[in-house]
Design a protein around this ligand. Structure first.
Ligand code: ADP
Ligand code: MG
Length: 254
């Protein structure tokens, strides 16, 4: 059974005068353990698709089965629990609370959780999540004291703290430079190697090479869907650092 099973999903945004058909019949199955990249140019429907998969928005028509159950039948409470615990979300602009430490940001989903956790447990789980993204030493910092890459790692820790089945990342590297992007992708690849199912959006063809599968959207439809051998981000990172130090050496010589 597929973890995510979308059948003939459509989404129409209706404003006063115009209707925008953002998704025009999407059929997509994602199995446990996949690392899928959703690609496509701006406006092709990537975020709309992610928001539906993430239960942040509802399809206009079609069926969405999450782990075998149709999402349309879920109560509001059930949906809230799923958003908080089954799915982890990461966005391009981090969506961290300002003036709130990394630790507190990561603790938030635990506070909303229905699990009856003690403060001690909440602290320990948040600390553990920050450790997974190598940020334990920055956990008392607020977002404005962190770099873009560090902010995204805090957001990833927050997404992971409730141990979700799926990580959904909508252009998580969109605000990051090449090296920092690769570091974030390296982290996402590690999470996937440890069994986490990943769905990530990008509009950059370069980035898609790091996933195991690429689904290309065009005008609200799947244009192409293929599996491929992923490039290890760690290797690309090493090469980048090596190239940089070579150029620096040349500069010193000349
Ligand atoms: P992408 O993430 O690939 O850039 P989106 O899913 O954001 O694409 O948008 C797909 C289409 O739906 C675009 O034409 C966009 O303008 C439209 N759209 C997205 N969100 C809304 C909304 N809330 N209301 C009306 N139209 C929207
Ligand atoms: Mg988008």
């Amino acid at each position: 059974m597929a973890l995510i099973d979308l059948q003939k999903i459509t989404k129409t945004y209706q404003s006063e005068s115009v209707a925008v058909e953002a998704l025009k019949g999407i059929d997509l199955r994602v199995e446990k353990g996949e690392f899928t990249m959703i690609m496509g140019s701006s406006g092709s429907g990537k975020s709309t698709l992610m928001n539906i998969i993430g239960c942040l928005d509802k399809a206009t028509a079609g069926h969405y089965y999450l782990d075998g159950e149709e999402v349309a039948g879920f109560s509001r409470n059930r949906l809230a629990d799923i958003r908080n615990e089954t799915l982890g979300f990461v966005f391009q602009s981090f969506h961290l609370l300002p003036r709130t430490t990394a630790l507190e940001n990561v603790q938030l989903p635990l506070l909303y959780s229905r699990k009856d956790l003690s403060w001690k447990e909440i602290y320990r789980l948040a600390e553990e999540a920050l450790e997974r993204v190598s940020l334990k030493d920055r956990m008392k910092h607020t977002p404005n004291e962190l770099s873009g890459g560090q902010k995204q790692r805090v957001a990833i820790a927050r997404a992971l703290v409730n141990k979700p089945n799926v990580l959904l990342a909508d252009e998580p590297t969109g605000n990051l430079d090449t090296r920092t992007s690769l570091e974030v992708i390296e982290l996402i690849q590690n999470l996937n190697e440890n069994g986490l199912t990943i769905l990530m959006v990008t509009h950059e063809p370069d980035i898609a090479r790091y996933a195991k599968r690429t689904v290309r959207l065009r005008d609200g439809q799947i244009e192409n869907d293929e599996y491929h051998d992923p490039l290890p981000a760690s290797k690309a990172l090493e090469e980048l650092i090596h190239d940089k130090s070579e150029t620096q050496n040349e500069e010193v010589v000349s």
